[in-house]
Design a protein around this ligand. Structure first.
Ligand code: NAD
Length: 315
């Protein structure tokens, strides 16, 4: 299949390089000039696995303005606040046959994609796959080959032939996809998961294992999970895990699967970039307001992250 990977950061590189290695034609599209310059100077991207086996991988790299091809599928891996800008700059090569796929964290991206793509061309999902961009032109795929997993669903909740082709390519690339027919529930279950781990680990600048092994981790997580689940019940969203299953997944992911990982929100904070908190805890709080439920803990955490961003910006 022919892919355009829009956003060649940590996750764009991980999906794109693995899809390329599985035999697909992938072009990466990015806008961060130091990254673009470094990749061109090196003749590719340095890829490591868990800090080891650092090697140069050749990629095709374009900017939104220089790319003028017709891919079957556009994969979006930008940060939430970057998406509108990428869509506008890339829109000259969009057409109504192309599919848009993304596994970005948070919520807010689907409405933006709908401004450019028909509902039956939008596929989205979630990725429990940890990847770190060490700096321009240098990425670390955390975990062994085949580590991590992901979910995907059609916005229409009706998988078509292209959905199955994408699924097969993701499977060949060892991304371990699961196809669901519950779009909002699939995405929101991950938003809630991130609203605990990403936000708390970022605020306290700790690894996921340091959170998971804390004796009150269950209580902290449960409070956020309960608020978010109450809101989803009011909003009529059927989540794909029960509250207890979500707590078990949090425990497993932090203590056993990725204890040494810092979540992607933390990567933004330490590089003094804005975080996605408004699209994670902030989104849950906003959904609560729409359904007459004040998500006190999520609002408090959103404000704390902004306080930290503000403090770092004024240091
Ligand atoms: P990223 O920040 O690595 O890359 C996104 C874009 O930002 C790219 O265009 C990249 O070139 C650019 N960029 C990176 N560093 C920059 C800097 N210092 N200044 C300016 N631009 C910079 O983002 P990502 O980690 O690939 O995340 C993409 C989406 O996937 C997000 O929604 C994220 O929450 C989600 N996600 C990430 C992970 C992970 O482990 N990284 C896992 C699951 C989901």
């Amino acid at each position: 299949m022919k892919f355009a990977m829009i956003g060649a950061g940590a996750m764009g590189l991980r999906y794109g390089i693995l899809l390329q290695e599985a035999g697909n034609d992938v072009t990466f599209i990015d806008t961060w000039q130091p990254h673009i310059d470094k990749i061109r100077e090196q003749g590719g991207v340095y890829v490591s696995r868990d800090h080891k086996d650092r090697h140069l991988t050749k990629i095709k790299l374009e900017t939104p303005e220089s790319y003028n091809d017709d891919p079957d599928m556009l994969i979006f891996f930008t940060k939430q606040m970057q998406l509108a800008g990428f869509l506008e700059r890339c829109s000259h090569f969009f057409n109504d046959k192309q599919y848009a796929f993304t596994c970005m964290n948070g919520m807010g991206h689907i409405e933006k994609l709908q401004q450019y793509f028909a509902d039956d061309k939008i596929i989205a999902g979630t990725a429990l796959i940890a990847t770190v961009l060490n700096g321009p032109g240098d990425v670390d795929f955390m975990g062994k080959r085949g580590a991590g997993k992901m979910n995907m669903a059609n916005l229409t909740e009706k998988p078509d032939e292209m959905t199955h082709r994408l699924f097969d390519e993701l499977q060949k690339a060892q991304m371990n996809p699961t196809l669901t027919t519950n779009f909002k529930g699939t995405l929101m279950t991950k938003v809630i998961f991130n609203s605990v781990i990403n936000t708390l680990c970022t605020l306290f600048e700790i690894q996921m294992g340091e959170f998971g092994n804390f004796e009150k981790a269950y209580d902290l997580g449960r409070q956020l999970i309960d608020e978010a689940y109450d809101i989803c019940e009011r909003a009529g969203i059927t989540l794909v895990s029960t509250r207890d299953e979500e707590m078990t997944a949090l425990d497993r992911n932090t203590r056993i699967d990725m204890p040494l990982h810092y979540p992607s929100m933390y990567q933004d904070m330490i590089h003094d970039r804005p975080t996605e908190v408004d699209y994670i805890n902030g989104y849950i709080a906003e959904l609560g307001r729409e359904h007459h439920y004040e998500a006190h803990t999520h609002i408090f955490l959103t404000n704390l992250v902004h306080l930290s961003e503000y403090h770092r910006a004024n240091e």
